[in-house]
Design a protein around this ligand. Structure first.
Ligand SMILES: [Zn+2]
Ligand SMILES: [Zn+2]
Length: 352
């Protein structure tokens, strides 16, 4: 068995519910024959990280090192890893294990986040009981199937947000077949939304960006939106009624607004939730019959979609807009994201 090079992984862990992480270290699990050991260079901050450390979703296992937008170099590989070599620059997203068997009803359909054996990058346990820890650290060991080579044309510091935010918005666009000529709405121009505009536009769609911040108008047009709708301006909202084939909801909207969102859709349009709305929808099922609109959602991306996300991003030069922080200032960075002021994604850079 190949030994890993790092015997103790040093990172920043949440020790209890709250918006704070502190230095902490753990012994990595043994390096399996299908695993790689990665020296982390960059780690993006995702909204899920904040929900987890604050324990806004149930059951955070403390201490918890979060971070699932990881980019770094392979420093050791297990003996059965063939598609990666030492020195390769790779990215890791929100999942670190899935069975990937053709008999799996999730993995066989590129829905490996729903695999019954799935292990997520943090706050999740491996079959052997070891806890998975994420990217706010100097290293990580993961199954090599979940480490993706970063295309050479992508500047590595911009790659982390593609691993979760980018793949998360691109996955349903691919699966649901967004194509040239479709009219695609994006609600919420933030970490996910600013990438959603770019992917939909590169797929040839006409993109309508919705935001209650009119000062984001120019940026949305630059990113590829053809129309910007200030949701506080009734005239602008009325003008798009009944026109959208798809609507990607990337902000924590209020569930009671869904009747209104349906009115923006063309017949048989699809509303896809990428963020969790609060409250109840309070809507009669009759709405669906009259509009013929479907409301659905999407989790994160599986292995094949992650590969396609990186290829597509490289080909169409899709990059996130980021703010950079040294890893040592991770707490300041978390507050920045929590305040909603970050434009639009924060990337932590390991100090050395
Ligand atoms: Zn995420
Ligand atoms: Zn599976």
């Amino acid at each position: 068995m190949v030994e890993g090079k790092i015997n103790e992984i040093h990172g920043w862990a949440a020790m209890k519910p709250g918006l704070k992480v502190e230095p902490w270290s753990y012994k990595p699990r043994p390096l399996g024959e299908h695993d790689v050991e990665i020296k982390i260079e960059y780690s993006g901050i995702c909204g899920s990280d904040l929900h987890t450390i604050k324990e806004e979703w149930s059951g955070t296992m403390y201490p918890a090192i979060v971070g699932h937008e990881i980019v770094g170099k392979v420093i050791t590989k297990g003996e059965k890893v063939t598609h990666l070599k030492e020195g390769d620059l790779v990215g890791v997203g929100a999942q670190v294990y899935g069975c990937l068997e053709s008999s799996c009803k999730a993995c066989s359909r590129d829905l490996d986040p729903h695999c019954p054996d799935s292990v997520f990058t943090y706050n999740s346990k491996y079959a052997d009981g070891a806890q998975a820890h994420g990217g706010y650290a100097d290293a990580v060991r993961v199954d090599a199937s979940y480490a993706f080579k970063i295309p050479e044309t992508i500047d590595p510091v911009y790659a982390p947000p593609l691993m979760c935010a980018g793949a998360t918005v691109f996955a349903p666009m691919l699966r649901k077949g967004v194509k040239k000529g479709d009219r695609v709405g994006v609600i919420g121009i933030g970490g996910l939304g600013h990438l959603a505009i770019q992917y939909a536009s590169a797929l040839g769609a006409e993109v309508v960006a919705f935001s209650h911040s009119p000062n984001k108008r120019d940026q949305c047009i630059e990113l590829g939106a053809t129309t910007f709708v200030n949701t506080a301006n009734q005239e602008e909202v009325d003008a798009i009624r009944g026109t959208l084939q798809y609507l990607f909801v990337t902000s924590n909207s209020n569930a009671s607004e869904y009747k209104k969102l349906i009115s923006w859709m063309h017949f048989e349009g699809q509303i896809i939730l990428l963020a969790l709305p609060e409250g109840d929808m309070n809507m009669s099922p009759v709405e669906f019959v009259i509009s013929e609109v479907a409301i659905t959602g999407s989790l994160i991306a599986g292995v094949n979609v992650l590969k396609k996300t990186l290829e597509f991003s490289a080909k169409h030069n899709i990059l996130p807009i980021i703010e950079k922080f040294p890893m040592s200032r991770v707490n300041e960075a978390l507050e920045r994201v929590d305040s909603g002021k970050a434009r639009y994604r924060v990337v932590l850079i390991n100090d050395e």
